[in-house]
Write a new protein. Structure first.
Length: 475
């Protein structure tokens, strides 16, 4: 279904300068978006499954993950930023039909990101012990929270190289393999968690009772299950990118460990603003967690589960954003700015429409979305209220997500990063600090809805002004 001959022919039309009609553009957007949306959704389903399995152990277990969740996003975001600095360059070179340089960028990316992630992992392990205390978590969740974060940290190197390979494949136009690997990762996560989280116990199936073995690790078992799923799928992604990809395969390539500074400088132009943004945005999430923490374990658990449930609604926007990055990047690499602008407007419009529909679904089914993750009635009620507040902001959140991806495809990351940071720190956190003492967790989510609407508005202004088109890489 995906990456068919027709899709490859349409991508070749971008590189070869052929004119594309509206139907062909829409077909290409949809065909690149659907597998990426599936990949994004299955990734979130993995977190959803983790939350559901751990949530069955009680609010304290959910809070143990929730207190460090924003910090795991920070380090995960830094690995994504490092990967995108190289994959966006590859998209430009592929758009220009220069596959040799695309492969050179890939080799440099493998070496640079591995070195980066070894340093990052060392920092993670050093702060894992005191982190829950720094974030304001109670003594009753410190041990599980630290163990969860430590195991996550140790999986970062394989996660990094898997993210790089996945990002490279996407920017080459191959959304199918990353999508399949995301689905596999979700399935493996369920299997590993099932055996690692719970203790050995009797299980009834079709009227037959038998003993199901289990490690009984609880919260740390959820982290270990995810780490093992990352390891398996990361290895497969590396193999597909370095061996099977027609555009990126490194078989028979002369490998050099000498740094190619032009590619590294170009990667820094993209990755450093993105990395700074992830640090500041995740820092803002951490501050938000600290605002929620004094409200108690019920509020922490409800906030964590509501964020996980909301992710199911906004991840389609990130999937369409992946398609936007690929199409805009290849169009600019091919020297076709008008085509890049056309893809930009179409992907942003599609993202807003899809997430408006998802917002309506979230509003209607909020109690059920929270309910499957926890048996605690207080957590269910508070989480559902939070989701319904957020539902109204989803279309403008889509505008921010997809427009940012458009800018990324053009190599424009500095100004969009500043826009994200200003919106998050000056609008969301200020309002959250003001509203939380009065309205509790609902006040935090009201602040989030207002801020996302503001952020979407300023990104639409940048999209229509067209200044993102002026960025380019030196080859």
């Amino acid at each position: 279904m995906f990456s068919s001959d027709k899709d490859n022919a349409l991508l070749a039309m971008i590189r070869n300068g052929s004119e594309m009609n509206g139907s062909q553009k829409l077909h290409l957007i949809v065909q690149l978006s659907i597998p990426s949306i599936l990949a994004q959704l299955t990734t979130i389903m993995m977190f959803y499954i983790d939350a559901s399995m751990v949530g069955s152990l009680g609010a304290k277990a959910s809070a143990s993950i929730g207190i460090v969740e924003s910090t795991t996003w920070l380090f995960g975001g830094l690995t994504s930023a490092a990967a995108l600095g190289f994959s966006v360059q590859a998209a430009h070179f592929i758009g220009a039909n220069d596959f040799m340089k695309a492969r050179q960028v890939f080799r440099q990316g493998i070496m640079a990101t591995l070195l980066f992630t070894v340093i990052l992992t060392s920092v993670c392990v050093m702060i894992a012990g005191p982190l829950p205390r720094w974030l304001g978590g109670g003594e009753d969740i410190h041990a599980d929270a630290s163990a969860y974060f430590t195991i996550y940290c140790l999986a970062l190197p394989v996660y990094q190289i898997g993210i790089l390979s996945s990002s490279m494949l996407k920017c080459s136009g191959n959304m199918r393999i990353p999508s399949m690997m995301s689905i596999l990762m979700c399935l493996l996560d369920v299997v590993f968690n099932y055996f690692l989280i719970y203790e050995t116990r009797p299980v009834s199936l079709f009227g037959t009772t038998f003993t199901m073995p289990g490690a009984g690790m609880g919260v740390p078992g959820a982290a270990l299950g995810t780490a093992l799923a990352y390891t398996v799928t990361g290895a497969l992604l590396v193999w597909f990118a370095t061996v099977r990809s027609p555009e990126l395969s490194l078989r028979g390539e002369k490998w050099t460990f000498a740094p190619l500074w032009n590619y590294l400088r170009n990667a820094a132009k993209v990755s450093l603003p993105m990395g700074a943004q992830y640090m500041m945005m995740s820092g803002a999430q951490i501050v938000s967690t600290m605002i929620v923490a004094p409200l108690g374990n019920i509020a922490i658990a409800a906030n964590t589960l509501a964020i996980t449930a909301e992710s199911l609604c906004y991840m389609p926007g990130y999937g369409i954003g992946d398609a936007a990055t690929t199409l805009v990047g290849q169009s600019i690499g091919a020297g076709r700015p008008r085509l890049a602008r056309s893809f930009a407007f179409r992907t942003v419009g599609m993202g807003m429409l899809v997430m408006a529909l998802m917002g309506a679904v979230m509003y209607v089914f909020a109690p059920q979305m929270i309910g499957v993750m926890t048996p605690d009635e207080q957590v269910r009620l508070l989480g559902a209220q939070s989701l319904r507040i957020e539902a109204f902001a989803e279309p403008m959140f889509a505008a921010a997500i997809v427009t940012y991806s458009v800018c990324l495809g053009a190599g424009d990351t500095l100004v969009p990063a500043c826009m994200n940071l200003a919106s998050m720190w000056l609008v969301r956190l200020t309002l959250a600090a003001w509203l939380a003492p009065v309205y509790g967790l609902r006040g935090v989510w009201m602040a989030m809805a207002v801020e996302l609407t503001f952020r979407g508005t300023i990104f639409l202004v940048r999209l229509f002004r067209g200044r993102w088109m002026k960025k380019s890489f030196s080859s």
